[in-house]
Design a protein around this ligand. Structure first.
Ligand code: AMP
Length: 279
């Protein structure tokens, strides 16, 4: 496995692979890797000749009072995991490499970026869209892989790729959960044992909504009521949003249809967790 720290090294790899006629897959991550990330890696390995996993805790997607400094970083552990998975390239640039002094251009995806997580985290999706655009331009993969876990991010980035004509296949992989239902997240390692137990209410609430919808209930108000009553079982969990939305526009719908997204975000202690289900 080769660890690439500079944009020039990453471009060199792209040139080598292109000359050899090989296809390249990119898996963008912020590191602190877990089984959710690995599922993306395996999907990429299955679909492409070579895979680049990027590890970059992107400062522009964190708000001023968020956890940028505290965000878990473990490049050695991540590298071991990726080496074991037979990944050929890890691109782990420094913040100064990605945003040299004076760098001032950003990618904006209007409207979508102000919905769901974008409403709670102003500027978040501007940072996400910018860093993913940069990674796509640097690595120029044939395919790029994202997790359904970040459903709003998927909507924002799909729109960016479409509107700006990025020449890349956009792949979305299902949410990977721990056996008790908690969706894997790098932020789960912030949780105390008590909070870890409380956090299960998110997947429990979504599963209740999924079952109610599968039984024929379409009214979003009734589905939301079900979610709220489950979420109330853990009063220490502070709801940020629960929403039933169109997965592409992220706009609320009054009636669920197949493909409608039920999404939740909540603070467990100081840790903000997100989860969702496609109905
Ligand atoms: P992050 O490191 O949190 O930026 O996540 C990198 C990629 O992994 C994103 O596309 C996420 O949606 C995806 N991801 C994170 N957690 C999961 C999970 N539990 N299941 C599937 N994909 C995930």
């Amino acid at each position: 496995m080769r660890l690439l720290a500079t944009i020039e090294e990453a471009r060199g790899v792209r040139r080598e692979l292109r000359a050899a006629g090989k296809t390249l897959g990119l898996v963008p991550t912020m590191g602190a890797l877990h089984a959710g990330h690995l599922s993306l890696v395996h999907a990429a390995l299955a679909a492409c000749d070579a895979v680049v996993v990027s590890i970059f805790v992107n400062p522009t997607q964190f708000g001023p009072h968020e956890d940028l400094e505290r965000y878990p970083r473990d490049l050695d552990g991540d590298s071991r995991m990726l080496q074991k998975a037979a990944v050929a390239f890890v691109f782990a640039p420094s913040p100064a490499e990605m945003y040299p002094a004076g760098s001032s251009c950003f990618v904006e995806v209007p409207a979508l970026s102000e919905r769901l997580d974008g409403a709670s985290r102003p500027g978040h999706f501007r940072g996400v869209a910018t860093v993913v655009a940069k990674l796509l331009l640097i690595v120029q993969p044939e395919r790029v892989f994202f997790g359904q876990k970040d459903a709003a991010q998927v909507a924002v980035l799909k729109k960016m790729v479409r509107d700006l004509n990025f020449d890349v296949a956009f792949e979305v992989c299902p949410i990977v959960r721990e056996p008790d239902g908690l969706a894997y997240s790098s932020r789960n390692r912030y949780l105390s044992p008590d909070e870890r137990r409380q956090a299960l209410v998110l997947s429990r609430a979504l599963d209740g909504v999924r079952r109610l919808a599968a039984g024929g209930e379409r009214r979003s108000a009734a589905l939301a009521e079900k979610a709220m009553s489950t979420l109330a079982e853990e009063p220490a969990v502070r709801l940020d949003y629960f929403a039933i939305v169109d997965p592409e526009t992220l706009e609320a719908v009054s009636e669920a249809r197949p493909g409608t997204l039920a999404a939740v975000a909540a603070f467990v202690g100081v840790t903000r967790l997100i989860d969702n289900v496609v109905l």
